[in-house]
Design a binder for this molecule. Structure first.
Ligand code: ADP
Ligand code: ZN
Ligand code: ZN
Length: 751
């Protein structure tokens, strides 16, 4: 433990003022006995009234003349409370991910904020079931889809949460008002503090657990009862019954009086999944998501603190709900990129959950159809216990997969984006009235604009990226939002031949209209989903079979279930293999496996067409065969050879500056500092330093970006490297103001 003489203390922990710690002297009697997170009493303010505070840092560096500092009075007696744990968690995040203590505290602590109490509403069914069913029939015939959606749910449930209907099912208030006028339902207000959702719904019909499911549940619970807290990884294809296992585990742990956190990537949290949790846990479950205001979030945390809920469902930030006695954390779709924070501290929910579980004496259960290399590697090395579920419980067979070589296609004279095989199968589906998903595996697609005479590409004046062509003769920067008219003449050679290379989903949509006139097409990408709720809207429309073909980027492969889909076309499987990023094979494999899993979820068998220029690439071969283990072996061999995570660890140091020179010089200095004394650390061999280099996007919003990568087997060695860089920066406080240096451990993306 670090033996400093001064302690930085946060006084009012749930107040906005958390951004200002106060420094105190540690009295003789407490020297060496204080811990981060510990609760202490300190004299505060003019009258030096005693206040409670939390130790966030212990240091030997006095920020004021030491004789001006007040002394800590005593340590609080009431032991470790939930907030102390949160402060310790923040300290761990600061240490592990390299951010400031304040940024870490702001991430983990709910901030108190005044807010108007909001009315919570629920929908009560007044009409009886038969009446509902006949109304449902009418609505379906009249193609009143939203009305039909509500009625279909009401047929099973006498009571529904308002937010779930409006939010997840996309039903407008007007539709509900109409039903209310007709005495079919009543909209009732509940006071806010009760619960975001209270359900008195039809009792759930419980499945008998399959032998495989029961085995996992019993194994984890018997270890739990024996006092063992472990980390478990369940690898199971979609529909193999993972969620059912989570529910059983949470139920058992909650019955012991403990609380549970259920992490789900926000985009994958569907109405059906939520309803399953509500049915099982009623008003003991609560949901947080990114649309909650700070006040609402604080409110949820208060309820958790008071022990009013057993389960919280939410994205990575749900980890920071301060439960008094956390017993279990479940993390579904563990491989998802959204579990890594994109702002400082750049924490990964998996590692953070592992630490939190340790701190709180909880178990951690991870689940995925395509586990991350990190998780599977740990399972292979015995750090996690591995379970597999490989049978779809609802029946339905795995789809038939065809791989099409696009080079061969071109040789055969087919210049369209749709291969012969795909066109054939699409014609067949359209004829039979079955649905099709077309998937473009491409991140940040852009139709750039260039001059046909000199080749000059129109670029954003603030960022190092080309502008994207949009409808109406506009060009837009996807990084900073800059927008401008497409010029009539080339700005560098004055040629009038300025053309847009439209690529991506919009172009596919146009070609679809030409090749399959009459087919109803829906498009889903960053453009069509910019408006709030449009994401859910498109998916609902497709689920209701209001369209034959859904075209989209990777956002369409998550979560939702479309039983009408019997064909999935992956238009260019290898586009993400060009990413020059060590995770691109893994990402390609995951996306292809997930996309293929979208076909044949109903009674009719599905087919998948994978179009690619690299049919021999192992990520494509293994995805086509749905063979996770073979993929893992090959990918792991590559990571070991190249020293990439999880075979080793990696630290990206991102240096940002308004002045290009300042940034470049700082980057040089940092690299030199890392190379100096680089003769091996106490934790192992030398640090591999790569760079400095301009980041792949060298400028965003007029800020220049440089990057240095470090690789080492030991994570500790990378933390030491980070500490050295921080020391270097602290020596030159003037420079610090012109620079923004950020750390990213085991980065998900290339900078
Ligand atoms: P996953 O989370 O792996 O996608 P789910 O738990 O959602 O799987 O289960 C998929 C489907 O199978 C759900 O409709 C669920 O109700 C059903 N199911 C789950 N367990 C069983 C079981 N033991 N018997 C029958 N059906 C089950
Ligand atoms: Zn030109
Ligand atoms: Zn820009």
């Amino acid at each position: 433990m670090f033996q400093g003489r001064y302690a930085n203390i946060i006084i009012d922990i749930s107040h906005e003022k958390v951004d200002r710690p106060f420094q105190y002297k540690i009295p003789e009697a407490l020297l060496g006995r204080l811990e981060i997170g510990q609760c202490v009493s300190v004299p505060f303010g003019m009258g030096s009234r005693l206040r409670k505070g939390y130790v966030v840092e212990i240091t030997d560096r006095a920020e004021y003349p030491p004789d001006k500092l007040k002394e800590i009075c005593e340590t609080a007696k009431d032991g470790m409370d939930a907030q102390q744990d949160m402060v310790r968690l923040a300290a761990w995040m600061k240490r592990t991910y390299g951010s400031t203590m304040i940024a870490a505290l702001k991430t983990v602590l709910p901030v108190k904020q005044a807010m108007k109490p909001r009315q919570k509403k629920k929908i009560l069914r007044l009409a009886d079931k038969e009446e509902i069913l006949s109304l449902l029939g009418q609505a379906q015939r009249k193609r009143q889809h939203a009305r039909a959606r509500v009625l279909a749910q009401l047929a099973d449930e006498p009571e529904l949460p308002y937010e779930l209907l409006v939010g997840k099912l996309n039903v407008s208030l007007a539709v509900l008002r109409k039903l209310e006028e007709q005495d079919v339902i009543r909209i009732e207000a509940e006071s806010c503090y009760r619960n975001p959702v209270k359900l008195d719904c039809a009792p759930e019909i419980r499945n008998r657990m399959s032998a495989e499911q029961a085995f996992i549940r019993d194994r984890i619970l018997s270890e739990y009862d024996a006092g063992t807290r472990g980390t478990y990884l369940i690898r199971g294809i979609t529909g193999s019954g993972k969620t059912e296992v989570y529910l059983a585990l949470i139920e058992a742990v909650a019955a012991k009086g403990k609380q549970c956190i259920m992490l789900i990537p926000e985009i994958a949290l569907t109405y059906q999944t939520l309803l399953r949790f509500y049915k099982r846990f009623g008003d003991r479950v609560s949901v947080i998501n990114s649309t909650l205001s700070k006040g609402e979030r604080y409110d949820q945390c208060e309820r958790a603190r008071r022990g009013e809920i057993d389960v919280i469902i939410g994205p990575r930030s749900a980890l920071f709900v301060p439960f008094p006695d956390l017993g279990l954390i479940v993390m579904d779709e563990e491989h998802e990129g959204s579990y890594k924070s994109e702002t400082m501290p750049r924490y990964h929910a998996r590692e953070t959950a592992e630490y939190l579980a340790q701190l709180k004496g909880a178990s951690l259960v991870l689940g995925s159809a395509t586990p991350s290399l990190e998780a599977y590697h740990r399972a292979m090395s015995g750090r996690y216990q591995l379970f597999t579920l490989d049978r779809r419980l609802t029946g339905g067979t795995l789809p038939l997969v065809h791989t099409v070589d696009l080079r061969q296609e071109l040789r055969n004279g087919n210049r369209s984006i749709f291969s012969q095989k795909l066109q054939e199968l699409m014609d067949q589906r359209l004829e039979r009235g079955e649905q099709i998903i077309l998937f473009l595996n491409r991140r940040g697609y852009a139709g750039f604009v260039s001059c046909r005479s000199c080749g000059c590409v129109m670029k954003c004046p603030h960022c190092d990226v080309s502008l994207s062509q949009h409808t109406g003769g506009k060009m837009v920067c996807h990084y900073c939002g800059y927008e401008t008219e497409q010029p009539a003449k080339c700005p560098s050679c004055s040629s009038p031949y300025i053309l847009g290379f439209k690529a991506g989903t919009q172009q596919i949509e146009e070609q679809l209209h030409r090749r399959f006139p009459g087919a109803r097409v829906l498009r889903m990408d960053a453009d069509t989903t910019r408006k709030k709720d449009s994401y859910e809207k498109i998916l609902t429309e497709f689920a209701e079979q209001d369209a034959d073909i859904l075209v989209g980027t990777q956002m369409i492969v998550k979560g939702h279930d479309f039983p009408g889909v019997t064909l999935v076309g992956i238009l260019a499987a290898d586009l993400s293999l060009n990413d020059s990023d060590y995770r691109c094979a893994e990402r390609t494999f995951q996306l292809l496996t997930q996309a293929a899993g979208r076909a044949g979820r109903g009674e009719r068998p599905g087919e998948v067409v994978i179009q690619t220029y690299r049919p021999e690439h192992y990520s494509i071969v293994r995805a086509a065969a749905q063979d996770y283990e073979a993929f893992y072996e090959e990918e792991m061999a590559y990571r070991e050879l190249a020293g990439y995570p999880p075979a080793a660890h990696m630290l990206a140091i991102l240096i940002m500056a308004k002045q290009e020179r300042t940034g470049a010089e700082a980057a040089e200095n940092i690299a030199r500092c890392l190379e100096e004394r680089n003769c091996g650390t106490e934790c192992g061999g030398k640090l591999a330093v790569i760079g400095p280099a301009r980041a792949s996007i060298g400028k965003i919003n007029d800020i220049y970006r440089f990057v240095i990568y470090c690789k080492q087997e030991s994570y500790r060695a990378l933390i030491e490297a980070k500490d050295r860089v921080e020391e270097l920066l602290a020596r030159d406080p003037n420079r610090e103001q012109e620079l923004n240096v950020q750390f990213d451990f085991d980065p998900m993306d290339r900078y």
